[in-house]
Ligand binder design. Structure first.
Ligand code: IMP
Length: 429
């Protein structure tokens, strides 16, 4: 039985929540494999609205949720989120949520450093979510992270805190931010330990057993390919790899276990935070897309920047992300526009590129090479078959498929779960 990985194909917020929710109802296990509580999506199930940040969506659907080792876990945020959904009547316990014992933790000092550094960057700030994601991944790679399993060993924890504080307090003091007290941090972690440890286990083993038993696994990506720390618009990226390959290393399965890779892309483009955005619209059309598409960050509440669909960028995401098929979302936001544009490549100085180069100067200077396509007057909202779509809307989708070199296997036509045109079931491979 094929598994499925869902990843964002632009800069995040492509509407993964709805697609993941739809797929979660057909999976047995849902696994988060990277990112942390910088991600966020809203699920509406049975009239109840759930705002999830760290919990795999499957938990809301009555499926087993797994937080893999590739995720950075803020234990307070996780326990708060569990309490919040429990307050809405959902039980979350070790029977429906498992957490990788080798996942690194985000501590309050990570968020403090994240914010202090952003302030110090001033004009050059990245626009992070301020949740400590970057500093926590830095500690993981530097081999000084405190991991979930360390909570079971008070002596290890104490020694690791010494090393961590030596590093962080030096930095925080240098940035003029308050430093952290070891005794208070140790006491807080030891108090969290009995609440977190019951969820901890080697999740790779459970996933191996699940695979052998032919169970369906859904790997739920966060952020998106253009925010990937290697392949994105560096340094305006998040601190993890967001490509589908990470589903394997971030969960503890082999690359063959990942299965069908579904990339999610909006029918236009958005990004939050700073960084290059070649097709950005800073005019009334951009404003209109933002208003109609309700483009406000789930986590940050910040208004998202909006622009035309960038097929050159999504094509790049398809290739580096290993995307087999695209789910195109929010087509209805374009309803009624007389004319649409799709970017096909970039002009930088007197050179033409079919892809966005890696150098920041070139990225900032990249000018889109637009193709204009006629809009449609009818509505695509709520369409459930190709026949329900205006002919020109179908043309727009077909042109996107050609340019990004990947088929649109799913089309979402409203926030409602059932307003979806399915071309190919990702679980059928
Ligand atoms: P960080 O992940 O908090 O370090 O933020 C780094 C960059 O990634 C910033 O531009 C954020 O706005 C962006 N980012 C992080 N998480 C998300 C997300 O879930 N959706 C969209 N952008 C995100």
């Amino acid at each position: 039985m094929a598994n499925v990985a869902v990843i964002g194909a632009q800069w995040g917020d492509e509407g993964k929540g709805k697609v993941v929710d739809w797929l979660a109802s057909r999976a047995d296990i849902v696994v988060r494999f990277q990112g942390g509580h910088n991600a966020g999506h809203t699920l509406v199930v049975g009239g109840e609205t759930y705002k999830l940040s760290l919990l795999p969506s499957g938990v809301v659907r009555g499926k087993l949720g797994i937080i893999g080792n590739g995720v950075v876990i803020d234990p307070e945020a996780l326990l708060d989120e569990i309490a919040r959904v429990e307050g809405q009547g959902l039980a979350v316990g070790p029977d429906n949520l498992r957490v990788a014992e080798n996942a690194p933790l985000i501590l309050p000092l990570h968020a403090a450093l994240d914010k202090a550094r952003e302030t110090a960057r001033g004009e050059r700030k990245i626009g992070t979510t301020g949740r400590g994601i970057g500093p926590a991944y830095e500690d993981k790679v530097a081999r000084r992270a405190i991991r979930v399993c360390d909570l079971a060993e008070p002596a290890t924890l104490s020694a690791k805190l010494d090393e961590l504080l030596l590093h962080h307090n030096t930095l925080l003091a240098g940035l003029g931010a308050p430093v952290f007290d070891k005794a208070a941090l140790l006491a807080a972690l030891l108090a969290l330990a009995p609440r977190l440890l019951p969820f901890a286990e080697p999740v790779w083993e459970r996933l191996d057993e699940a695979r052998r038993a032919g169970r369906r696994i859904l790997f739920e990506g966060a952020q998106a390919v253009m925010l990937d720390v290697d392949h994105g618009t560096y340094p305006f990226v998040t601190s993890s790899n967001t490509v589908a390959a990470t589903a394997a290393s971030g969960a503890g399965v082999g690359p063959g276990a990942v299965g069908f890779v579904l990339g999610i892309a909006k029918a236009y483009s958005t990004r939050v935070g700073a960084g290059p955005f070649p097709t950005e619209l800073v005019d009334a059309t951009g404003q209109m897309l933002g208003d109609r598409g309700r483009e406000f960050g789930t986590v940050t509440g910040r208004r998202r920047r909006c622009g035309w669909f960038d097929a050159a960028l999504v094509r790049q995401a398809v290739k580096v992300g290993g995307i087999h098929g695209l789910a195109l979302t929010k087509l209805d936001v374009l309803d009624g526009l007389p004319e649409l544009r799709i970017n096909t490549g970039y002009r930088i100085g007197d050179k033409i590129f079919s892809r966005l180069p890696a150098a920041p100067g070139a990225q900032a200077a990249a000018e889109p090479i637009f193709e204009t396509i006629e809009g449609w007057s009818g509505s695509t909202r709520g369409a459930r078959s190709w026949a329900d779509l205006p002919a020109q809307a179908v043309k727009y989708v077909r042109r996107i498929e050609e340019l990004v070199e990947a088929p649109v296997t799913l089309l979402s036509t409203s926030p409602e779960r059932d307003d979806t045109i399915l071309v190919r079931d990702p679980f059928e491979g």
